[in-house]
Design a protein around this ligand. Structure first.
Ligand code: C2O
Ligand code: CU
Length: 492
């Protein structure tokens, strides 16, 4: 049992603000007054960040233990999962060319493993190998060698054992990986007053502070937690002085929730998504992060208090959700805006920093002739056993190879979505250059490792399969991945 904190006046005073967060999460009624409940989450606390582990002399060796235990969530002690007793786990900071060694210890009562999402490393052997299963009580030594020209950016780690992924991520198993900007002589770096790592996740807890299981329709649509957390907190407060330049590394670690980031009046200068380099923000473009996506933001603070929000995103409906009456309740996408954090900018203005350096040119495959074109199709269906989630009608089979690619080939993949809900497509290990996001050709080099494929839409990407290995691509709504919306690619 978790210890119940006593009700204090201070806490009672905060509850009004908390109610707003709850309503925003579309989950009115989850919180209660009184010492019996842990659900009166506290918002408005000073922001905290996970511990940072940094590489030295080209190596970062860490031990990550996945386990269930007492965690601080939303300012309360609850029982959840986590790495090294934290939610999120520690932030790993490495540089291009580094070796990242991770000893994963499985303290859970079911199998797990560890995926380094977005890193351009080998998927073989003890690399980023999702076919590995680490049994309860066992451990596994991963080793990732980042190429010298690895793109900078914010990446993340999470479990990838097929069938357990959504539950384990929802329970609290995730952490950030930052690949720092290369320090080549003469290359300018972005000077900032501070950097913040903001891992956004969602979770549902019952009144005793235990994890709450999603309903069947929730899983079909892709579960969205009742609490949206930033580094395990509800709407924490960040402080800065006006004119300070900050770098924010935002990770969408939610199982299914899309985040349309709204930074209010803050001045956003540069944004990278998933992997670098940093580019000026697209005019008027909303910063929508599908599950698995990240945003790497450089901003200059503007006086006043800004509530940074995630606006609702319509991601369609599941066929099952549409039959809500029949199936006893429909699932739907995020229904309201959620407050992510509060940024309080006050004090004396800081003199303007050095101008932002020239940005690195992005790699561009548009001049290349693809060796082959493929089409992959996201499909959902209704059958006797319920709803099915597949690529082209075939459920994931780890022993079947769905796509055979020649090493060194550049290929164009069109991912079509035949269903009535959006699915975010993630390819492991090889980043994708988006050629057509469904609205015609993209006229700049745009790189992603998760790309949203809208309901009834299609997206075309170009991929340079520059290293051998066998791994997976899948829908990053992790409930769908666990249900079979995943395929195997072998490059050799
Ligand atoms: Cu972030 Cu295959 O996953
Ligand atoms: Cu999906």
């Amino acid at each position: 049992m978790t210890q119940q904190p006593r009700v204090t006046r201070r806490r009672a005073l905060r509850i009004g603000g908390v109610g707003l967060v709850a309503a925003g999460a579309g989950a009115a009624g989850w919180w209660r007054f009184g010492p019996e409940s842990v659900l009166d989450a506290r918002s408005g606390a000073a922001a905290v960040e996970p511990p940072v582990l940094r590489s030295e002399s080209g190596v970062l060796a860490v031990r990550l233990e996945a386990a269930r235990g007492d965690r601080q969530v939303a300012g309360r002690s609850v029982t959840a999962l986590g790495y090294n007793d934290g939610l999120p786990g520690p932030t790993l900071r490495v540089r291009p060319g580094d070796t990242l060694r991770i000893e994963l210890v499985n303290g859970l009562d079911e199998p797990t493993n560890l995926h380094v999402h977005g890193l351009h490393v080998s998927p073989e052997g003890n690399g980023d190998n999702v076919f590995v299963a680490v049994q309860p009580g066992e451990s596994f030594d991963y080793e990732h060698r980042l190429p010298d020209d690895h793109p900078p950016g914010v990446f993340w780690y999470h479990p990838h054992h097929h069938g357990n992924v959504a539950d384990q991520v929802f329970g609290g198993l995730y952490g950030a990986i930052v690949v720092e900007d290369p320090e080549t002589p003469g290359a300018a770096t972005v000077e900032v007053a501070r950097e913040r790592v903001l891992v956004v996740s969602d979770i549902s807890l019952d009144e005793s502070g235990a994890l709450k299981d999603p309903s069947m329709p929730d899983k079909m649509m892709g579960r969205e937690g009742e609490l949206v957390l930033v580094n395990g907190q509800v709407a924490p407060v960040l402080e800065a002085r006006p004119g300070e330049r900050e770098r924010w590394r935002v990770v969408n670690a939610c199982v299914s929730r899309y985040l349309a980031l709204d930074l209010g009046a803050q001045q956003v200068d540069l944004v990278a998504r998933d992997l670098g380099p940093l580019e000026p923000p697209a005019a008027g473009g909303a910063l929508v992060l599908a599950p698995g996506n990240r945003a790497d933001i450089v901003l200059t603070t503007v006086s006043g208090t800004t509530t940074v929000r995630a606006d609702p995103v319509d991601r369609g409906e599941s066929e099952m959700g549409g039959m809500g009456g029949m199936m006893g309740g429909g699932a739907s996408s995020s229904s309201g805006a959620v407050d992510l954090l509060r940024l309080e900018v006050a004090g004396t203005e800081v003199p303007a920093g050095a101008p932002l350096p020239a940005r690195r040119a992005a790699r561009d495959l548009r001049g290349r002739e693809p060796a082959r074109r493929r089409e992959l199709v996201f499909q959902t269906g209704m059958g006797m056993g319920g709803m099915s989630f597949t690529f082209g009608g075939q459920e994931f089979d780890p022993d079947r190879t769905d796509q055979e690619v020649e090493v060194g080939a550049v290929e164009d993949w069109t991912i079509r979505n035949d269903s009535s809900m959006d699915h975010p497509f993630h390819l492991h290990v090889w980043p994708m250059q988006v050629l057509d996001a469904g609205e015609g050709l993209v006229d700049a080099p745009v790189w992603r490792d998760v790309v949203n494929v809208p309901a009834r839409g299609a997206v075309t990407v170009r991929v340079a399969f520059d290293q051998p290995g066998r791994t997976v691509y899948h829908c990053h709504i992790l409930d769908h991945e666990d249900d079979g919306m995943m395929g195997v690619v072998r490059v050799g």
